[in-house]
Design a binder for this molecule. Structure first.
Ligand code: ATR
Length: 278
Protein backbone atom coordinates (compact mmCIF):
# COMPACT_ATOMS: atom_id res chain seq x y z
CA UNK A 1 0.00 0.00 0.00
CA UNK A 2 1.45 3.39 -1.01
CA UNK A 3 1.72 6.20 1.55
CA UNK A 4 -1.21 8.28 0.28
CA UNK A 5 -3.35 5.27 -0.68
CA UNK A 6 -6.50 4.72 1.41
CA UNK A 7 -8.19 1.37 1.88
CA UNK A 8 -11.81 0.68 0.86
CA UNK A 9 -13.90 -2.47 0.34
CA UNK A 10 -17.34 -3.86 -0.33
CA UNK A 11 -18.74 -6.60 1.92
CA UNK A 12 -21.54 -8.89 0.83
CA UNK A 13 -22.51 -12.53 0.36
CA UNK A 14 -22.42 -13.48 -2.46
CA UNK A 15 -19.96 -10.88 -3.76
CA UNK A 16 -18.11 -12.38 -6.75
CA UNK A 17 -20.25 -10.54 -9.34
CA UNK A 18 -20.01 -7.15 -7.60
CA UNK A 19 -19.11 -4.31 -9.96
CA UNK A 20 -18.24 -1.95 -7.09
CA UNK A 21 -14.42 -2.49 -7.27
CA UNK A 22 -14.49 -1.71 -11.02
CA UNK A 23 -16.73 1.32 -10.57
CA UNK A 24 -14.63 2.82 -7.77
CA UNK A 25 -11.38 2.21 -9.61
CA UNK A 26 -12.80 4.01 -12.69
CA UNK A 27 -13.89 6.93 -10.47
CA UNK A 28 -10.45 7.00 -8.81
CA UNK A 29 -8.61 7.08 -12.16
CA UNK A 30 -10.90 9.80 -13.46
CA UNK A 31 -10.38 12.02 -10.40
CA UNK A 32 -6.71 11.18 -9.85
CA UNK A 33 -7.32 9.82 -6.38
CA UNK A 34 -5.27 6.89 -5.19
CA UNK A 35 -7.31 4.09 -3.56
CA UNK A 36 -7.19 0.39 -2.82
CA UNK A 37 -10.67 -1.16 -3.12
CA UNK A 38 -11.42 -4.86 -2.81
CA UNK A 39 -14.50 -7.06 -2.44
CA UNK A 40 -14.88 -9.47 0.45
CA UNK A 41 -17.33 -12.33 0.84
CA UNK A 42 -18.34 -12.28 4.50
CA UNK A 43 -19.83 -15.29 6.32
CA UNK A 44 -23.48 -14.64 7.22
CA UNK A 45 -22.76 -14.50 10.98
CA UNK A 46 -19.43 -12.62 10.77
CA UNK A 47 -20.34 -9.15 9.53
CA UNK A 48 -19.62 -7.31 12.82
CA UNK A 49 -16.25 -9.04 13.37
CA UNK A 50 -15.11 -8.49 9.76
CA UNK A 51 -16.19 -4.83 9.69
CA UNK A 52 -14.44 -4.19 13.01
CA UNK A 53 -11.23 -5.85 11.73
CA UNK A 54 -11.41 -3.85 8.50
CA UNK A 55 -11.55 -0.50 10.30
CA UNK A 56 -8.99 -1.53 12.94
CA UNK A 57 -6.57 -2.42 10.15
CA UNK A 58 -6.84 1.11 8.73
CA UNK A 59 -9.88 0.85 6.42
CA UNK A 60 -11.22 4.29 5.49
CA UNK A 61 -14.60 3.35 4.03
CA UNK A 62 -16.78 0.35 3.40
CA UNK A 63 -19.65 -0.37 1.03
CA UNK A 64 -22.14 -2.92 2.27
CA UNK A 65 -24.48 -4.95 0.13
CA UNK A 66 -26.98 -7.81 0.49
CA UNK A 67 -27.59 -9.23 3.08
CA UNK A 68 -25.75 -6.96 5.52
CA UNK A 69 -27.31 -3.49 5.13
CA UNK A 70 -29.41 -3.72 8.31
CA UNK A 71 -26.41 -5.02 10.28
CA UNK A 72 -24.30 -2.16 8.88
CA UNK A 73 -26.89 0.26 10.23
CA UNK A 74 -26.58 -1.36 13.68
CA UNK A 75 -22.78 -1.31 13.39
CA UNK A 76 -22.69 2.48 12.77
CA UNK A 77 -21.82 4.72 15.73
CA UNK A 78 -23.88 7.45 14.04
CA UNK A 79 -26.18 7.38 11.01
CA UNK A 80 -27.52 9.93 8.52
CA UNK A 81 -31.23 10.75 8.51
CA UNK A 82 -31.68 8.95 5.18
CA UNK A 83 -30.05 5.82 6.63
CA UNK A 84 -32.29 6.03 9.71
CA UNK A 85 -35.36 6.32 7.47
CA UNK A 86 -34.24 3.36 5.38
CA UNK A 87 -33.19 1.37 8.46
CA UNK A 88 -30.22 0.32 6.34
CA UNK A 89 -26.67 1.45 5.56
CA UNK A 90 -24.70 0.82 2.35
CA UNK A 91 -21.78 3.20 3.06
CA UNK A 92 -19.60 3.33 6.17
CA UNK A 93 -17.02 6.03 6.78
CA UNK A 94 -14.40 6.02 9.51
CA UNK A 95 -13.85 9.46 10.99
CA UNK A 96 -10.87 8.90 13.31
CA UNK A 97 -12.39 5.55 14.34
CA UNK A 98 -15.94 6.92 14.76
CA UNK A 99 -18.06 5.01 12.24
CA UNK A 100 -20.63 7.04 10.33
CA UNK A 101 -23.28 5.15 8.32
CA UNK A 102 -25.13 6.50 5.31
CA UNK A 103 -27.45 5.16 2.63
CA UNK A 104 -26.89 6.28 -0.96
CA UNK A 105 -29.27 3.82 -2.68
CA UNK A 106 -32.26 6.17 -2.74
CA UNK A 107 -30.34 9.12 -4.17
CA UNK A 108 -28.76 6.73 -6.71
CA UNK A 109 -32.19 5.70 -7.96
CA UNK A 110 -33.53 9.25 -8.16
CA UNK A 111 -30.48 10.55 -10.06
CA UNK A 112 -30.76 7.67 -12.54
CA UNK A 113 -34.50 8.16 -13.11
CA UNK A 114 -34.36 11.93 -13.23
CA UNK A 115 -30.98 12.92 -14.67
CA UNK A 116 -29.94 9.91 -16.77
CA UNK A 117 -33.27 8.54 -18.00
CA UNK A 118 -35.22 11.81 -17.78
CA UNK A 119 -38.37 10.06 -16.58
CA UNK A 120 -40.66 12.69 -15.10
CA UNK A 121 -41.24 11.96 -11.41
CA UNK A 122 -43.14 15.14 -10.57
CA UNK A 123 -46.90 14.49 -10.67
CA UNK A 124 -46.31 10.89 -11.77
CA UNK A 125 -48.32 7.91 -10.53
CA UNK A 126 -45.68 5.47 -9.34
CA UNK A 127 -46.02 1.78 -8.46
CA UNK A 128 -43.35 0.01 -6.41
CA UNK A 129 -43.59 -3.77 -6.37
CA UNK A 130 -42.15 -5.36 -3.22
CA UNK A 131 -41.99 -4.21 0.38
CA UNK A 132 -38.65 -5.52 1.62
CA UNK A 133 -35.40 -3.74 2.48
CA UNK A 134 -34.85 -2.42 -1.05
CA UNK A 135 -38.29 -0.79 -1.09
CA UNK A 136 -37.83 0.73 2.35
CA UNK A 137 -34.68 2.51 1.11
CA UNK A 138 -36.38 4.16 -1.88
CA UNK A 139 -39.80 5.26 -0.55
CA UNK A 140 -38.73 8.54 1.05
CA UNK A 141 -36.51 9.70 -1.88
CA UNK A 142 -39.37 8.89 -4.28
CA UNK A 143 -41.87 10.83 -2.13
CA UNK A 144 -39.49 13.81 -2.09
CA UNK A 145 -39.48 13.84 -5.92
CA UNK A 146 -43.06 15.12 -5.76
CA UNK A 147 -45.09 12.35 -7.44
CA UNK A 148 -48.89 12.54 -7.49
CA UNK A 149 -49.26 9.06 -5.97
CA UNK A 150 -47.08 6.21 -4.76
CA UNK A 151 -48.56 2.71 -4.53
CA UNK A 152 -46.75 -0.17 -2.85
CA UNK A 153 -47.87 -3.63 -3.91
CA UNK A 154 -46.46 -6.68 -2.22
CA UNK A 155 -47.15 -10.42 -2.19
CA UNK A 156 -47.57 -10.10 1.59
CA UNK A 157 -49.92 -7.13 1.77
CA UNK A 158 -49.33 -6.40 5.47
CA UNK A 159 -45.68 -5.52 4.76
CA UNK A 160 -46.78 -2.92 2.21
CA UNK A 161 -49.31 -1.55 4.69
CA UNK A 162 -46.61 -1.34 7.33
CA UNK A 163 -44.41 0.77 5.02
CA UNK A 164 -47.36 3.06 4.31
CA UNK A 165 -47.76 3.69 8.03
CA UNK A 166 -43.99 4.24 8.50
CA UNK A 167 -43.89 6.86 5.70
CA UNK A 168 -47.35 8.40 6.09
CA UNK A 169 -46.06 11.65 7.64
CA UNK A 170 -43.48 12.12 4.87
CA UNK A 171 -46.20 11.46 2.27
CA UNK A 172 -48.50 13.99 3.90
CA UNK A 173 -45.75 16.64 3.88
CA UNK A 174 -45.02 15.85 0.23
CA UNK A 175 -48.74 16.07 -0.56
CA UNK A 176 -48.53 12.61 -2.13
CA UNK A 177 -51.13 9.87 -1.92
CA UNK A 178 -49.33 6.83 -0.47
CA UNK A 179 -51.18 3.50 -0.41
CA UNK A 180 -50.69 -0.27 -0.33
CA UNK A 181 -52.67 -2.51 -2.67
CA UNK A 182 -52.75 -6.28 -3.17
CA UNK A 183 -51.07 -7.52 -6.35
CA UNK A 184 -54.36 -8.73 -7.80
CA UNK A 185 -56.06 -5.36 -7.36
CA UNK A 186 -54.00 -2.89 -9.40
CA UNK A 187 -55.91 -0.68 -11.82
CA UNK A 188 -53.01 -0.21 -14.22
CA UNK A 189 -52.85 3.57 -14.38
CA UNK A 190 -49.17 3.92 -13.53
CA UNK A 191 -46.63 6.15 -15.26
CA UNK A 192 -43.66 4.44 -13.64
CA UNK A 193 -43.43 0.85 -12.32
CA UNK A 194 -40.42 -0.15 -10.22
CA UNK A 195 -39.61 -3.78 -9.48
CA UNK A 196 -38.03 -3.91 -6.02
CA UNK A 197 -38.73 -7.59 -5.30
CA UNK A 198 -36.05 -10.23 -5.03
CA UNK A 199 -38.16 -12.56 -7.23
CA UNK A 200 -35.67 -12.35 -10.12
CA UNK A 201 -32.92 -13.72 -7.90
CA UNK A 202 -34.90 -16.98 -7.94
CA UNK A 203 -35.68 -16.56 -11.65
CA UNK A 204 -39.34 -15.85 -10.85
CA UNK A 205 -41.84 -13.14 -11.74
CA UNK A 206 -44.22 -11.47 -9.29
CA UNK A 207 -47.82 -12.63 -9.68
CA UNK A 208 -49.18 -9.49 -11.39
CA UNK A 209 -51.69 -8.89 -14.16
CA UNK A 210 -49.31 -7.91 -17.00
CA UNK A 211 -51.85 -5.47 -18.45
CA UNK A 212 -50.58 -2.94 -15.85
CA UNK A 213 -47.42 -2.47 -17.95
CA UNK A 214 -49.22 -1.07 -20.97
CA UNK A 215 -47.78 2.38 -21.75
CA UNK A 216 -45.75 2.63 -18.55
CA UNK A 217 -42.03 3.20 -17.92
CA UNK A 218 -40.61 0.16 -16.11
CA UNK A 219 -37.51 0.06 -13.93
CA UNK A 220 -35.90 -3.00 -12.35
CA UNK A 221 -33.56 -2.40 -9.39
CA UNK A 222 -31.66 -5.46 -10.63
CA UNK A 223 -29.41 -5.37 -13.69
CA UNK A 224 -28.01 -7.87 -16.14
CA UNK A 225 -26.33 -8.00 -19.56
CA UNK A 226 -29.66 -8.60 -21.34
CA UNK A 227 -32.97 -7.07 -20.19
CA UNK A 228 -33.93 -8.71 -16.88
CA UNK A 229 -36.73 -11.27 -17.00
CA UNK A 230 -39.05 -8.70 -15.39
CA UNK A 231 -38.24 -6.03 -18.00
CA UNK A 232 -38.59 -8.48 -20.85
CA UNK A 233 -42.04 -9.40 -19.52
CA UNK A 234 -42.98 -5.72 -19.17
CA UNK A 235 -41.74 -4.94 -22.69
CA UNK A 236 -43.77 -7.81 -24.19
CA UNK A 237 -46.82 -6.44 -22.40
CA UNK A 238 -46.61 -2.92 -23.77
CA UNK A 239 -44.17 -1.03 -21.53
CA UNK A 240 -43.31 2.19 -23.35
CA UNK A 241 -39.74 2.28 -22.02
CA UNK A 242 -37.66 0.33 -19.56
CA UNK A 243 -34.36 0.33 -17.73
CA UNK A 244 -32.48 -1.96 -15.40
CA UNK A 245 -30.71 -0.78 -12.24
CA UNK A 246 -27.14 -0.44 -13.55
CA UNK A 247 -27.43 3.36 -13.59
CA UNK A 248 -28.65 3.32 -9.99
CA UNK A 249 -25.69 1.12 -9.02
CA UNK A 250 -23.20 3.58 -10.52
CA UNK A 251 -25.00 6.62 -9.10
CA UNK A 252 -25.13 5.22 -5.55
CA UNK A 253 -21.40 4.46 -5.89
CA UNK A 254 -20.77 8.04 -7.05
CA UNK A 255 -22.51 9.35 -3.93
CA UNK A 256 -20.40 7.02 -1.73
CA UNK A 257 -17.28 8.22 -3.55
CA UNK A 258 -18.32 11.81 -2.87
CA UNK A 259 -18.86 11.06 0.84
CA UNK A 260 -15.40 9.48 1.09
CA UNK A 261 -13.35 11.82 -1.08
CA UNK A 262 -15.35 15.06 -1.35
CA UNK A 263 -15.20 14.83 -5.16
CA UNK A 264 -18.14 14.01 -7.42
CA UNK A 265 -17.11 11.78 -10.36
CA UNK A 266 -18.65 11.82 -13.85
CA UNK A 267 -20.98 8.83 -14.11
CA UNK A 268 -22.14 8.63 -17.72
CA UNK A 269 -18.88 7.28 -19.08
CA UNK A 270 -18.61 4.82 -16.18
CA UNK A 271 -22.14 3.49 -16.78
CA UNK A 272 -21.15 2.87 -20.42
CA UNK A 273 -17.91 1.10 -19.47
CA UNK A 274 -19.55 -1.13 -16.87
CA UNK A 275 -22.42 -1.91 -19.27
CA UNK A 276 -19.88 -3.07 -21.85
CA UNK A 277 -18.25 -5.36 -19.27
CA UNK A 278 -21.22 -7.21 -17.75
P1 ATR B 1 -34.52 -6.94 -0.34
O1 ATR B 1 -33.54 -6.43 0.68
O2 ATR B 1 -33.91 -7.31 -1.66
O3 ATR B 1 -35.70 -6.02 -0.49
P2 ATR B 1 -36.18 -8.63 1.28
O4 ATR B 1 -36.21 -7.63 2.35
O5 ATR B 1 -36.02 -10.08 1.63
O6 ATR B 1 -35.04 -8.34 0.23
O7 ATR B 1 -37.55 -8.46 0.42
C1 ATR B 1 -37.83 -9.24 -0.71
C2 ATR B 1 -39.07 -8.68 -1.38
O8 ATR B 1 -39.30 -9.40 -2.60
C3 ATR B 1 -40.34 -8.84 -0.55
O9 ATR B 1 -41.21 -7.79 -0.84
C4 ATR B 1 -40.89 -10.18 -1.09
O10 ATR B 1 -42.28 -10.35 -0.90
P3 ATR B 1 -42.86 -10.92 0.51
O11 ATR B 1 -42.77 -9.78 1.47
O12 ATR B 1 -44.23 -11.34 0.22
O13 ATR B 1 -41.94 -12.06 0.89
C5 ATR B 1 -40.59 -10.01 -2.54
N1 ATR B 1 -40.54 -11.29 -3.27
C6 ATR B 1 -39.59 -12.25 -3.20
N2 ATR B 1 -39.89 -13.27 -4.02
C7 ATR B 1 -41.06 -12.95 -4.65
C8 ATR B 1 -41.89 -13.58 -5.62
N3 ATR B 1 -41.57 -14.79 -6.14
N4 ATR B 1 -43.02 -12.94 -6.02
C9 ATR B 1 -43.34 -11.73 -5.51
N5 ATR B 1 -42.61 -11.08 -4.59
C10 ATR B 1 -41.48 -11.67 -4.15
Amino acid sequence: MKKDEKLFAVFGNPIEHSQSPNIHSLFAKQTNISILYHSQCVDFDRFFDCAKDFFLSGGAGLNVTVPFKTQAFEFSDEASQRAINAGAVNTLISKKGHIFGDNTDGVGLIVDLDKNLKWKLKDADILVIGAGGATRGIIEPLLCADPSSLTISNRTLSKGENLVSVFSAVAKNANCQLKALPMNNLDGNFDIIINATSASLEGRLPDLDPSIFDGSACYDLMYSSAPTRFLDWARKNGAAKYSDGLGMLVEQAAESFYLWHGVRPETEVVIQKIRANI
